[in-house]
Ligand binder design. Structure first.
Ligand code: SF4
Length: 740
């Protein structure tokens, strides 16, 4: 079988390098590349099943436009579509100002694309309203690193998994969300059985099943647990005094804060015993190297940044950072969530980890772009704020690329209302329909994975390049080209790049001298070596696996900061009306909102539909058995799902995977229930905690497990078609409606 080439997996943030076998029209096999530093020949089922996601019947091949939301879409050419958008954008900007516009992207866009967005919107249109679905996953980690260590940027690398004596996994279902890292951890554990794996999670996930020690923390109890742990580490003398004295600030306040906490109260909030916390503290104190891996479970909270600070405090306390096998390692959920952070897609950032509200940062970027005074000093609207502003009418137009917010954002009834109120919705995607393209005015065909060159950064700061393997279908274009063509349609200079290399080489100039210095990772070099880890400040620099080995942090005095953080309640607590906690998450077989994984039969067979996981004690109280239809309601919506009775989910809590949207069953997605409350600094929504009620749906009132409003839709559809026939042939609809 011929090899088409190598590529980077477009799903999770592990960044596996794949070898694609087959032909230009058919992928026969996908394998992991043995020499790839991220995956060492491994891959998971999602990567292996990429073939069926190409050349599908729902691929967009031409721009689509409609002049009214009641009209069907009509295919058009690129010039017409871009001119239509440009005229509306210019008019809206002239009438309402630049802040009437927004761009909502994702961690599935490559770095040249997000750089183009930052330059176009922030540098040229004067609008900082660019954000990303990374706001839903990673914003708390960004804010946590920045406040505790002085800058964003995970300090660790994947090889630290092999070198850690103790791996603490908190708020991460590694086995399903980052399967190849989980496989690497299991292989490491097989080689070194003495290596300790500890999992902290309210759900007994497949990751927890593999742990030496599992702590089922109460939902929302993470900060209390981390403070109880800090207190215990202090008590048993596990402090690295030399590190604390030489490289940190704020220890005395932190120590007083910990000692002022009531241990019983901390344990009660964490829902754990003193002995469980002691056991973990003992193991950490004995470990020569201690690595923590974390993800959405810590981040998706209104106090996600505080949870990150509380975890980093423990690494500072024990001196477990800035050495191989140690450190707080935030894992990204998407292939290029890191690139969005580096290139300034997030609403508060500019390229090179700069901030829009820092005058010097703005000046540097404006100077580089030759546009003095062009960047607004006000941070833009973040993901959830954008949709609130759309609903209020403050925001008029939104350009959405590489994501499906009509499934993935919290409080979907509100999201749909917001999009319906917008004057202009542009969606850039490879497929149509998605739940979001259905609400658009213009749909632009983007070339998907394999049909474009790709540059991204994975969770361990590894920049990866991969070539175009297949010709783009129809008129589909790489995302960066669509945006650059739009900028040129507006008459803007500085977007006439001839290749993705030119965009990349321009971008890395803005990283020179910054923590995320990629100036040595030129396009020519990346093409030759395919992988380089930043910082990589010169063309002969080999790349940097770990940050802070010199124990100097990017703060004004070079010291990391202890930040004492109190437990805070989640924004919406269970009560007599909504007595259960709903938490949402991912499954192994699927990725985000199914736009791709639902096209692979093998993945669909493995996880064919959504469900609600419920503890046997709660199920018994509600008279529920496996497979029974359950109605879940929150203050925002109601959905129906089949029950899965499982002891791994704590009593009082239920779990629903968030992947399935309206295309699967109308009005039945998990996010119709979730709350759009966001954190004060990170602005990350609380997707892991809201209050719901549960009812068993009586068989007579039942309907399909797909539930929602689908049954009613079918019923009304049948009535409408009868009337359509009656209108076509006058004479009434037949029988009287009521027989008396
Ligand atoms: S989904 Fe993640 S773990 Fe699986 S192959 Fe892709 S990058 Fe690797």
């Amino acid at each position: 079988m011929s090899v088409v080439g190598e590529s980077i997996c477009p799903y999770c943030g592990v960044g596996c390098r794949l070898r694609i076998e087959g032909s230009a029209e058919h992928v026969s096999r996908v394998r992991g590349v043995e020499t790839a530093p991220a995956n060492r020949g491994l891959l998971c089922a999602k990567g292996a099943q990429l073939g069926p996601t190409l050349w599908t019947a729902d691929r967009l091949t031409r721009p689509q436009l409609r002049l009214s939301r009641c009209d069907p879409f009509r295919a058009t050419d690129w010039d017409t579509a871009l001119r239509f958008i440009a005229e509306i954008v210019v008019n809206l900007r002239n009438t309402y100002g630049p802040e009437a516009l927004a761009f909502y992207g994702s961690g599935q866009l490559d770095t040249p694309t997000v750089y183009t967005v930052a330059k176009l919107f922030k540098g040229c249109l004067g609008c900082n309203n660019t954000d990303s679905n990374s706001r839903l996953c990673m914003a708390a980690a960004v804010a946590g690193y920045r406040s505790s260590l002085g800058s964003d940027g995970p300090p660790c690398c994947y090889d630290d998994i092999d070198l850690a004596d103790l791996v603490l996994i908190i708020g991460s279902n590694l086995a399903e969300a980052h399967p190849v890292l989980f496989d690497r951890l299991r292989a490491s554990k097989r080689r070194r059985p003495e290596q300790q794996v500890v999992v902290i999670d309210p759900r007994r996930t497949p990751t927890a099943e593999a742990a030496d020690l599992y702590l089922p923390v109460a939902p929302g109890g993470d900060i209390a647990l981390l403070n109880a742990l800090g207190r215990q580490l202090l008590r048993i003398g596990a402090v690295d005094w030399a590190f604390v004295a030489a490289h940190t600030r704020g220890f005395d306040e932190y120590r007083h804060f910990l000692l002022s906490q009531e241990p019983e109260e901390l344990l009660a909030v964490a829902g754990l015993s003193a002995s469980a916390v002691s056991q973990l503290a003992e193991r950490i104190s004995r470990a020569g190297t201690f690595l923590s891996l974390y993800c959405m479970g810590l981040n998706q909270s209104t106090v996600g940044m505080w949870k990150n600070n509380s975890l980093i405090n423990l690494h500072l306390l024990t001196g477990q950072i800035g050495k191989p096998g140690a450190g707080p390692f935030s894992l990204t959920g998407q292939p290029n969530a890191m690139g969005g952070r580096e290139a300034g897609l997030l609403a508060h950032q500019l390229p090179g980890y700069r901030l829009v509200d820092h005058a010097d940062d703005r000046r540097e970027v404006e100077g580089y772009w030759g546009r003095p005074g062009s960047i607004s000093p006000r941070p833009g609207l973040t993901a959830v704020e954008m949709f609130r502003a759309l609903e209020k009418g403050q925001l008029k137009a939104i350009w959405i690329a590489g994501t499906n917010p009509a499934v993935s954002l919290p409080d979907l009834h509100h999201v749909r209302r917001a999009l319906q109120r917008a004057a202009l919705v542009v969606v850039q995607d490879a497929y149509h329909p998605t739940e979001t393209t259905q609400l658009a005015d213009v749909i632009l065909p983007a070339a998907p994975w394999g049909e474009k060159e790709w540059i991204s950064t994975n969770s361990e700061r590894m920049i990866g390049w991969s070539p175009q393997l297949f010709p783009a279908l129809g008129e589909a274009l790489p995302d960066w080209q669509i945006l650059a063509r739009f900028a040129q349609t507006l008459g803007l200079r500085g977007f006439d790049w001839g290749s993705v290399d030119e965009v990349w080489d321009e971008f890395i100039g803005l990283t020179r001298g910054r923590l995320c210095d990629m100036s040595g990772a030129t396009s020519t070099r990346l093409r030759a070596v395919t992988n380089l880890q930043w910082p990589c400040p010169s063309p002969d620099h080999p790349g940097t696996p770990r940050l802070y080995l010199d124990r100097r942090f990017p703060t004004p005095d070079g010291r990391a900061v202890f930040l004492p953080r109190n437990h805070q309640e989640p924004r919406e607590l269970p009560d007599h009306e909504f007595p259960f906690v709903l938490t949402t998450g991912r499954l192994y077989a699927h990725w985000h909102t199914l736009t791709r994984t639902a096209k692979a039969d093998k993945l669909v067979r493995r996880s064919p539909g959504p469900f609600v996981e419920i503890n046997p004690l709660d199920a018994a109280r509600l008279g529920l058995a496996d497979g029974d239809l359950v109605q879940l309601s929150s203050r925002r919506g109601t959905i129906r799902l089949p029950a899965r009775v499982r002891p791994g989910v704590s009593p009082g809590m239920v779990f629903v995977p968030f992947h399935w949207g309206d295309l699967f069953a109308e009005g039945n997605a998990a996010n119709y229930l979730t709350i759009s409350a966001i954190g004060r600094v990170a602005k990350q929504p609380e997707l892991k905690f809201c209050a719901v009620s549960l009812e068993k749906v009586a068989a007579a009132a039942g309907g399909s497990a797909g539930g929602g409003t689908g049954d009613l839709t079918d019923l009304l559809g049948a009535i409408r078609s009868r009337f359509q026939a009656a209108l076509a042939s006058p004479g009434g609809t037949g029988q009287p409606l009521c027989q008396t």
